[in-house]
Design a protein around this ligand. Sequence first.
Ligand code: ARG
Length: 432
Amino acid sequence: MPPIWQKTDESPDAWVTRFTVGADAAWDTILLPYDVEGTRAHAWGLSTIDVLTADEYADISDALDDLLAAYAQGEVVVERSDEDSHTVIERYLTAHLGPVGGKVHTGRSRNDQVLVALRLYLREEVEVLQQQAAALIEQCCAWGEAWDEQLMPGYTHGQPAMPTTVGAWALGYAEVLIDDLGRLEEAGKALNRSPLGSAAGYGVPHLPLPREAVAERLGFVGVQTHVASVQLSRGKLEGALAHAYLQLGATLNRLASDLVQFNSRAYGFVELPDAYCTGSSIMPQKKNPDVLELARATFHRLQSEAQVLLTLPANLTSGYHRDLQLTKDAIMRATQCIQDVTEAVARVATGVRFVPEQMDAHLTPELFATAQALEQVASGTPFRDAYRQAAAQTEAWAVPDAADVLASYTYDGAPGQGRPDLLRQRLRDVGG
Ligand code: ARG
């Protein structure tokens, strides 16, 4: 089938189609149902300004339902030769309704159409991601509650530093993850505006398009007002979202590293669920933390997608350029990556078993040297003197009772003083 923009009998060159469509057909297959909803809302808008009659709109809406049903059956995919989902939809309407199908594109361009579909898709997927992250945060809060008084060595530079507790460790992650969720919420909000009516970036003459009403029908908080802003912000808004993904991914990357390390034979602080570990083809004894390792590694993929989004629009003049198509590829791939990573860490976390005996066995005296110095401060010794004395008396370092250690912390958030209740409240505030 010829593309909708073809004006002569001459078909586009197959190589050019392959090159210009690239991987886009697969992404557009995913976007098709969102493109259908964008199309339905646009057609409704056209019916309010008499470009379409009420009957024509009803026929279009029914045909779009049929298209969605066929799509759900796997009967509709966007082929490379189709070029994009926009073409598939218009062709479907024309094939089923005749010339009315050719009216639907009145007053829009594929340039605003694609962004409606993408934003509707991202809105839904970011919600899924928020739920995945919230589940993990809740798991960390539950750990904080259950294990707030279990001492564990804390490390700096990979060396024993000071005591901490499982709870202090877990709630630290929960707090940072809540901040990450906040950034996600912000970036999602900025994308929740309708680009329809901007068309190719220059608006449309003659048609009093009901932009606000169409935006409202699609659940957007409003429109992007100035028509040029839509293409100027393409890639940028997605880039801000990808950066929010990166922040979340970076936290998960460190959490995965901690768990891999704590699970290692040298530490043994946790046991990972069997189902999320794999074996070795040669070493019969191995139980490897592959899921966490791949979750950790996927963060680096995310970085490259974010990089594309940040730099690709940089040298483009205003208005649409086909270059921008690759921003869709980047944000959709990044969305899949961050969901995978979050789900992976959340699933493993659910099955983590803490091993208190191992943590206790690793509570070596050096971990308490700082406490020893600070104890003397209470009797008036300047800290630096107490510090030097403690450093000189390594043989006097001892492992105190856990109860005494815990009793020595007085303020919220310190070891043994977790406030999961505060975190749960903050989680609700960021919509988790
Ligand atoms: N696939 C295109 C994109 O994502 C849709 C817009 C195409 N517009 C055009 N004038 N060729 O950017």
